[in-house]
Design a protein around this ligand. Structure first.
Ligand SMILES: *Cc1c(COP(=O)(O)O)cnc(C)c1O
Length: 239
């Protein structure tokens, strides 16, 4: 059996090559794109090895897995991103370790995040999750607000104590007009980011692209890609 750390190092090198090639193809500097490794379902020991291999950003999507893992890894120089659908009763726990929440998609969640961030004396970075397949006034099946709802939510985050509006996040839709058209979806997210930055100049993060479509995200202008499977392997369960 190969050593896990060697395996992670080899996978990271491959992902790094893919990002570098995508940046080169798009005429972008490699530094414009930050790799976030999605460690969901994998143990704290993997997070530790990734940190030793130079990873600085990790993401999780379920508080019950993430909270103990983050506690075990609290000595590491990592930025923790929360990327899953978030219920308000989990907000207090998530605010305890997450530096950024990328899945902000409703006003109730903004209120809860603000309250707990203030209580904890922390500033939490927020990305509005956009559901490109949701109709106006709807939310996406996997969370996210329809494009028409971004502005109101962004203004709310920007005014909320304890929160910082950092930008937008999306997952390529499986249904609707963008199904199978990842790059078009990510280009649409970039347009929405341009609109957002008219009122909120500093909210310049664009989080898009996963293992299967990071090239399309980099081509469209994403600043952050969220990669799980290509670094850690195929997850044994849905997560
Ligand atoms: C799991 C997950 C990822 C990573 O997906 P892979 O296909 O494993 O790279 C990215 N973003 C979100 C929101 C996720 O839940």
């Amino acid at each position: 059996m190969t050593d896990r750390k060697d395996e992670l190092a080899a996978n990271l090198a491959k992902v790094e090559q893919r990002i570098a090639a995508a940046c080169a193809a798009a005429g972008r500097a490699r530094e414009e794109v930050t790799l976030i490794v999605v460690t969901k379902t994998y143990p704290a020991s993997d997070v530790r090895m990734l940190s030793e291999l130079g990873v600085r950003h990790v993401a999780e999507n379920k508080d019950q897995d993430a909270a103990p893992k983050a506690a075990e890894c609290s000595d590491l120089p990592l930025t923790w991103h929360f990327v899953g659908q978030l219920q308000t009763n989990k907000v207090r726990s998530v605010v305890g370790y997450a530096d950024l929440v990328q899945s902000v998609d409703r006003s109730k969640l903004v209120t809860a995040l603000s309250k707990e961030a203030v209580k904890a004396g922390r500033e939490v970075g927020c990305l509005i999750q956009v559901a490109l397949d949701a109709g106006s006034g709807e939310r996406g099946e996997r969370g996210g607000v329809a494009p028409g709802g971004i502005e109101e939510l962004a203004d709310l985050v920007a005014r909320a104590p304890g929160l910082r509006l950092d930008g937008l996040m999306t997952v390529a839709p499986l249904t609707g007009e963008y199904a199978g058209r990842e790059q078009a979806a990510f280009e649409r997210l970039m347009d929405l980011s341009t609109d957002l930055r008219r009122a909120h100049q500093a909210a310049n993060m664009v989080s898009a692209g996963m293992s299967a479509d990071l090239e399309q995200a980099v081509a469209a202008g994403a600043t952050h890609v969220r990669v799980g499977t290509a670094v850690l392997g195929v997850r044994p369960r849905l997560g």
